[in-house]
Design a protein around this ligand. Structure first.
Ligand SMILES: Nc1ncnc2c1ncn2[C@@H]1O[C@H](COP(=O)(O)OP(=O)(O)O)[C@@H](O)[C@H]1O
Ligand SMILES: [Mg+2]
Length: 371
């Protein structure tokens, strides 16, 4: 039986899932629904509950409340007492620490899930070779995992996860043990593999660029809740809260106040822009990196001081502080190298500013002019 809360077409869905450790709530009501062939990223800071949610889907934990369905089958339901163990859920899993068996060869590791399913030797061998070919390791069948680099070991773990062609693959920070360059290459490779094989996947990460690269949908999590669940394009264009925008590193967040016809940065006399349609109010704004252009200090530009700067591939990404404000920091992209302590001038495109929780008592422009 499937409840109304689960769309029967979904490859995996959760309805009102809560998980408590003793009296401590770790997940506080999670609703997700993922279509077949899609990848969902669970993105959020350490400790927000990503691994816990993945373990619930895997069947390594049972929910305190709520239910989980995979391919239209109820696999866990706290109210009804339903619980299918991991081996009944037809899943592949890839973990941060690879979890390969050191005493088995690469081929032995990859074919293990097929042995568990009782497949014959010839079938096991051909499927194992195919999975190893897909991750570019066909020549390594007889090696031990310890002879391989970290990146190769993780490819073996991926081959093992896909060898039985499971209906769903769960990844828990699979790249976080690799060094940066390898990680960046493997994100692209993994995205390609997921697309080529048409996998349905849930991918846990604390890295916003991994999530935005790999996933069709991203659930941004914070303290046991999903703050926003949307496509990467939607998240970047319309982050639901300043916290989401900040976590995705979309730019700087600032508090602003409306005074005397101007929006000024909080506790300062530095104006962000002139807007004659409000009488007073307060808001938080996202100033996206792309909305700010950098130049010399000139009248009409905001004065700023460079705090630090890092080359990023398409320019120097600098964190700057706005002169005259207490502690407002923004990110800007500059073609020329910026040095700590250097003074610069900023222009901000008002059309690209995103406004959050704006509390404005609007009045007509005419009344402002009479005032
Ligand atoms: N077995 C456990 N017993 C008690 N608390 C736990 C247990 N496992 C995880 N937690 C707590 O649950 C929260 C979420 O953990 P986790 O899902 O591992 O977070 P994430 O994967 O997002 O870093 C953390 O505060 C963690 O300390
Ligand atoms: Mg985790």
């Amino acid at each position: 039986m499937i409840s109304q809360a689960h769309a029967t077409a979904a490859a995996v869905s959760t309805a009102g899932v809560e998980l408590h450790y003793g009296a401590t709530p770790v997940l506080k009501g999670i609703d997700i629904s993922l279509s077949k062939g899609k990848t969902l990223a669970l993105l959020g800071p350490s400790g927000c509950g990503k691994t816990t949610l993945l373990r619930l889907v895997a069947g390594l934990l049972a929910p305190t409340k709520g239910s989980i369905a995979i391919a239209g089958q109820m696999v866990a339901d706290a109210a009804g007492g339903t619980f299918a163990p991991p081996e009944k859920r037809n899943l592949g899993m890839v973990f941060q620490d690879y979890a390969l068996w050191p005493h088995l060869t690469v081929g032995g590791n990859v074919s293990f899930p097929l042995e568990m399913r009782g497949l014959g030797k010839a079938e096991r061998q051909s499927r194992t070779m195919r999975a190893l070919e897909r991750v570019g390791l066909a020549a390594y069948t007889d090696r031990r995992p310890s002879d391989l680099s970290g990146g190769q070991q993780q490819r073996v773990a991926i081959a093992r996860a896909i060898v039985a062609e499971p209906q769903l693959i769960l990844f828990d920070e699979p790249l976080s043990n690799l060094d940066r360059e390898l990680r960046e290459n493997m994100v692209g490779e993994l995205a390609e593999l997921i697309a080529t094989l048409g996998l349905t996947a849930i991918y846990v990460t604390h890295d916003h660029s991994e999530a935005l690269t790999l996933a069709d949908e991203v659930a941004v999590m914070r303290s046991g809740l999903i703050e926003q669940l949307a496509s990467p394009d939607e998240l970047i264009a319309r982050p639901a809260t300043p916290e989401v925008a900040d976590f995705l590193r979309l730019g700087g967040i600032a508090e602003v106040e409306y005074r005397d016809g101007l929006w000024v940065f909080k506790d300062s006399n530095v104006a962000l822009l002139r807007k004659a349609s409000a009488t007073d109010g307060a808001a938080r704004v996202l100033l996206p990196v792309g909305a700010i252009s950098v130049g010399a200090i000139e009248p009409g530009r905001l004065a700023a001081t460079v705090l630090r700067s890092q080359f990023r591939g398409d320019g120097h990404l600098a964190t700057i502080s706005l002169v005259g404000t207490s502690d407002i920091e923004l990110q800007v992209l500059s073609r020329v190298k910026l040095r700590p302590g250097e003074g610069i001038g900023l222009s901000i495109d008002p059309d690209q500013i995103l406004w959050f929780d704006e509390k404005v008592h609007s009045s007509k422009e005419e009344s402002l002019e009479h005032a």
